[in-house]
Design a protein around this ligand. Structure first.
Ligand code: PLP
Length: 372
């Protein structure tokens, strides 16, 4: 059996966060067990999607839910659902949108690398606002006969230029338009699993492979029953625009198990661990003269969610800056990945395993010593 080492793949210590490019998160053994159990038999996949969605909706106490192959896939399905509904003719037409309402209103400050998933369905954006502000009248004025819905990305709600979700939902619903909310990486807090639908959002997308620690290629949509059904019908195994966003039965059952585990988990305990890890790292770094370290929370969209505390490290040395330290951490043994923002190198405990904070500090100290 070939393992990572046979393929010359080195393990990574993840002090960056739930980045998909590093594997997102690590699954619990019980999730693997659920996947193993699912692997032994054939099942009707469409029915499995329907039934697992119903089971999850009951678990979360939301109107309806659907397992997807990720939040980005969820954006595709949600967009298609708002455009084609459950109409066989329209569903079969996408991504050709002739005769189909295909415009989604989006605030300019909400544009992000994931929103191309909307356009994958053949949809177009109608942008409102700018980097400084967005006004409600712009949203109201942008609605036309081709408008299919409104897209809202929770991470951008941190920005001054963003309208609050509640206002957007009210304005959209006044015009009978659905609101799709990208909340891919907005958990914890766990309450966010239901917060946005409670505010009235019509379809809300989450990653399954981030904080929920399901299979990396899983995701979740929650929302209105009619639209969730449309999401399912616009996805695989139906021959639609969502057909390539395939999910196996193992992933579906693995995600269900991961969600069950998440809902039973002691979230305060995890939050406490993150705080301890951060406090330890700040304490150790404070002893070193060439850096300053402080505990903080992101105030700009970067690696979501902002609810997890971080260590912000600033370098006072001429020889070593944050980019160089980041690069040095990422090579050699052990490989440690971190992110930087405009000012600091950031240590994020979210995906650090217990005790790994010590390894991170040891290596960072070694790098700093090399340059001082
Ligand atoms: C991670 C992320 C996605 C994509 O989620 P996947 O589950 O990896 O498809 C979409 N939007 C935002 C804001 C994200 O952070």
């Amino acid at each position: 059996m070939a393992n990572y080492s046979d393929l010359d793949i080195k393990p990574i210590i993840n002090a960056a966060g739930t980045y998909t490019r590093y594997g997102g998160s690590l699954v619990d053994r019980e999730v693997i067990a659920a996947m193993e159990q699912a692997a032994g038999t054939f099942v009707d996949i469409d029915r499995l999607l329907k039934k697992s969605g119903q089971y999850i909706a009951e678990l979360l106490d939301v109107e309806a839910a659907l397992v997807t192959s990720g939040a980005a896939a969820g954006i595709v399905l949600a967009s298609a659902a708002c455009m084609a509904g459950k109409d066989k003719q329209l569903m079969a037409s996408l991504p050709d949108t002739e005769g189909i309402k295909n415009e989604f209103i989006i605030m300019k400050c909400h544009r992000n690398p994931y929103d191309r998933s909307v356009k994958l369905t053949g949809a177009e954006f109608v942008e409102i606002g700018d980097a400084i502000e967005t006004s409600l009248w712009e949203l109201q004025g942008a609605v036309g006969e081709n408008t299919a819905g409104v897209i809202y990305s929770i991470q951008s709600s941190m920005l001054e230029a963003s309208l609050p979700l509640k206002q957007v939902i009210e304005a959209a619903h006044e015009k009978e338009l659905p609101v799709i909310v990208d909340a891919a990486a907005e958990i914890p807090p766990a309450e966010n699993l239901t917060k946005f639908t409670e505010l009235g959002a019509d379809l809300v997308l989450f990653s399954g492979g981030k904080e929920l620690r399901g299979p990396q290629s899983s995701g979740l949509i929650t929302g209105r029953k009619n639209l969730i059904e449309a999401c399912r019908l616009n996805g695989f195994p139906h021959h639609t625009v969502g057909r390539p966003m395939k999910l196996d039965k193992e992933t579906i059952m693995g995600f269900v198990r991961a969600l069950e585990l998440y809902l039973k988990e002691d979230h305060n305990q995890r939050a406490k661990r993150w705080t301890q890890q951060v406090d330890y790292m700040v304490g150790e770094l404070e002893k070193i003269p060439v850096v300053t370290a402080r505990k903080g929370f992101p105030s700009q969209p970067l690696v979501q969610p902002p609810s997890v505390p971080r260590v912000y490290v600033n370098f006072k040395s001429k020889e070593l800056d944050k980019e160089k330290a980041q690069e040095k951490l990422s090579v050699g043994e052990p490989r440690i990945v971190v992110v930087t923002d405009r000012n600091s190198l950031i240590l994020n405990p979210h995906m650090l395993q217990e005790g790994e904070e010590k390894i991170v500090i040891k290596k960072l100290k070694r790098i700093i010593a090399e340059y001082s």
